[in-house]
Design a protein around this ligand. Sequence first.
Ligand SMILES: O=C(O)CCC(=O)C(=O)O
Ligand SMILES: [Fe+2]
Length: 214
Amino acid sequence: MPIVLSDLLTPSAAEVLSAAAAQLPFEDGARTAGSVARAVKDNEQAANVPETRAVTEKIQATLLSHPGFQAVAYPRQFARLIVSRTSGGGQYGDHVDNALIAGQRADVSFTLFLSDPDTYDGGELVIGDRIEDRQFKLDRGEAIVYPSNTLHRVNPVTRGARIVVIGWVTSWVRDPAQREILFDLWRAINTTDDPAQQQLLSKSRSNLIRMWAG
Ligand SMILES: O=C(O)CCC(=O)C(=O)O
Ligand SMILES: [Fe+2]
């Protein structure tokens, strides 16, 4: 169940991060892909320098303080964050993310879009949803969060450059179906005006987290 987070960053914060990301030194991304992904991956990623870490740390902190991200991901740890740039027809073919990334289990994946969508063509993140593919090309500062066990790809970028921050989270709740139930309960709590219902739903949600977290 992919979820779009539209209110992660203010437009000015997104602009600052986007400008900072565009200045980073980029290197070939195929080095970091697993053996299956390597055959389909065609992007660049920012080198591990302090300026890159400043961008990824800011995004990590922003995600951690966002209630919607908490409610969909139950983050226990960030396995890795990467600033990725794709241009010149580059793409990332159909793949599923590695189960283990930097020694951590990858449960939840995300892409935070940093480029103005008008400045490049293509570059949609396409997520297979069992019944149909869904395409996401988000505004600067918006992010999509989706379970790491889903098949996905990035369409070729045929004009301009697409800069995103991608990352993987180890979740307190490893089962995507359980996370979906918790997310539905969270939404129900936030949409009902009835305090008695809110209390019962919150109680159920907390007790399910207690049962499932680990
Ligand atoms: O660039 C993206 O939106 C996703 C990239 C991706 O799927 C990956 O690096 O595993
Ligand atoms: Fe991926």
